[in-house]
Design a protein around this ligand. Structure first.
Ligand code: FEO
Length: 166
């Protein structure tokens, strides 16, 4: 279980790095609201990694950090970025589900309990990306619509939900 949690710490940092890469892509296109949304996503992923970190330490385990792979740096379109975001969150959900499966198999109830926070978080993560993708599909090629959505995403503020839950 400890090794699997360490893998997840790495996966959360890789997620953070991917979203930071997406933020830079939006910055270059002057879509500052979308860059802001991705920057908050970057910060959230770091809090996820740190929640796992704190748990491993609390249980008397050892955190071993691994190399973070270089993220994708180019996307075909604004829609493509958010579709990749959703795809990535589906992957993270499967990783979390695998951790739950392992915790159940090992009768590790405490870890299973901690993981339930992430199970709920993944529902929200997927819903957020799905909502933006739906709006983008409605907007289509309408530039004005794109700027309105960008303005809306500029209003997202960072909240450390891992702390609020404690
Ligand atoms: Fe840490 Fe976006 O899941």
């Amino acid at each position: 279980m400890e090794a699997a949690l360490n893998e997840q710490i790495n996966a959360e940092f890789e997620s953070a790095y991917l979203y930071l890469s997406m933020a830079t892509w939006f910055e270059e296109k002057n879509l500052e609201g979308m860059a802001n949304w991705m920057m908050i996503q970057f910060k959230e992923e770091q809090t996820h990694a740190l929640k796992f970190y704190a748990y491993v330490v609390e249980r008397g385990g050892r955190v071993t950090l691994k190399a973070i792979r270089g993220p994708q740096t180019e996307w075909k379109s604004v829609l493509d970025v958010f579709e990749e975001t959703l795809k990535h969150e589906h992957l993270v959900t499967s990783l979390i589900n695998n951790l739950v499966d392992l915790a159940i198999k090992e009768k590790d109830h405490a870890t299973n309990n901690m993981l339930q926070w992430f199970v709920a978080e993944q529902v929200e993560e997927e819903a957020n990306a799905e909502r933006i993708i739906s709006m983008m599909k409605l907007i289509g090629d309408n530039v004005q619509g794109l700027f309105m959505l960008d303005r809306e995403l500029a209003s997202r503020v960072f909240v450390d939900a891992t702390q609020a839950a404690n």
